[in-house]
Design a protein around this ligand. Structure first.
Ligand SMILES: O=C(O)CCC(=O)N[C@@H](CCC(=O)O)C(=O)O
Ligand code: ZN
Length: 330
């Protein structure tokens, strides 16, 4: 992270999980404010109201994915100046605070693989401790919520992408909620959604599976330096988030293209190699029979006429997802 003094105050405060000023503004407006763990702020109606949607917004689950931190910092700063317009119960979570300070994806291990019952070699890492705090705060937030539950886990991708913005949506979200989520993603000008049938231990899959949230990992452009992101690329997402939190009518928008996961590429050993370069963009197309990766005796190949590669990353730990292959369905 660049020296804090060089950052706009709202951005510095969110990146360092310093909620003092915004929390006080919400409190002064008579809202119920909670700080259940470092980097986690909840703002609820003073009298519990199950008719209010419960919206969890998380950023910085990967410390080098800084654009959404900036975007949300300004969105929350603006909302805190007109707190009575907040029409949802809000939980704001800054995920990997130490990794944000270090400007790295993670410190010991990927926080966004910790949301699973068996952590194996990931147990005992700094991120496992942080995930436990997030899991507990998330459960407390949604257990006190009404039935309408959202989780927008805002990330940025490592590589370029055919769709600069896209989202990963757990398939198990109930139909009506999933339609509402995809509608919101369209309003936010998200270009593509990937329907995912299986958890990779991610935060958004966790909230969908365990709390019935319309949860999604939303990829907003590429990784960048905190304070130096081009915020114009987040204008539609920021506006859609503002409307969701203020209970304002949706503004419409183009429906995203829909993909589904065809296969998950798991790194089985240190011998894992991808058949294409590290800079291969997300949604690059491979044809039937093309080799995707090799890992000892295992050869991953394309079995549909065409599959598109997303999140190719040979550097993950053994046992974790090294990429997704997706096919277009709508
Ligand atoms: O660009 C990449 O390779 C990684 C970007 C990123 O962090 N993506 C998330 C997606 C989570 C999901 O599948 O819902 C991740 O890998 O954790
Ligand atoms: Zn990420």
């Amino acid at each position: 992270m660049q020296p804090s003094s060089a950052l706009p105050e709202a951005v510095r405060a969110l990146a360092e999980a310093d909620f003092g000023t915004v929390a006080q503004r919400f409190r002064d407006a008579g809202l119920a404010v909670g700080l259940p763990a470092k980097g986690i702020l909840t703002v609820r109606a003073a009298t519990p109201d199950p008719a209010r949607p419960a919206v969890l917004v998380s950023v910085g689950v990967h410390g080098d994915e800084t654009g959404p931190i900036e975007m949300v910092a300004y969105a929350v700063e603006a909302l805190s100046r007109e707190p009575r317009l907040l029409a949802a119960d809000l939980m704001l979570c800054v995920g990997n605070i130490d990794a944000i300070a270090a400007g790295k994806r993670f410190i010991d291990a990927d926080l966004n693989r910790m949301f699973r019952s068996e952590r194996g070699a990931l147990a005992g890492t700094a991120e496992a401790v942080r995930a436990d705090e997030m899991i507990a705060a998330t459960a407390a937030f949604f257990n006190a919520a009404g039935p309408v539950r959202w989780h927008l886990d805002l990330h940025t991708a490592i590589r370029a992408s055919h769709y600069p913005t896209f989202a990963v949506v757990p398939e198990l979200i109930a139909d009506e909620r999933r339609q509402a989520l995809i509608g919101w993603l369209g309003e936010a000008a998200i270009g593509a959604v990937i329907m995912n049938p299986k958890s990779a231990g991610t935060y958004s899959y966790h909230t969908a599976e365990h709390h019935g949230a319309a949860g999604s990992t939303v990829e907003l452009g590429r990784i960048g330096t905190l304070g130096q992101n081009d915020l114009s690329q987040f204008a539609d997402v920021s506006a859609a988030l503002g409307r969701l939190l203020r209970g304002e009518p949706a503004a419409g928008g183009k429906q995203p293209h829909v993909f589904k996961v065809a296969q998950e590429i798991i790194k089985l050993s240190d011998g894992f190699t991808m058949a294409f370069g590290r800079e291969t963009p997300n949604f690059a197309a491979l044809k039937h029979g093309d080799v995707i990766a090799r890992d000892g005796d295992t050869v991953y190949t394309v079995f549909h006429d065409e599959e598109l590669v997303v999140f190719p990353n040979p550097d993950v730990r053994v046992g974790l997802r090294a990429g997704l292959m997706v096919v277009r369905v709508a």
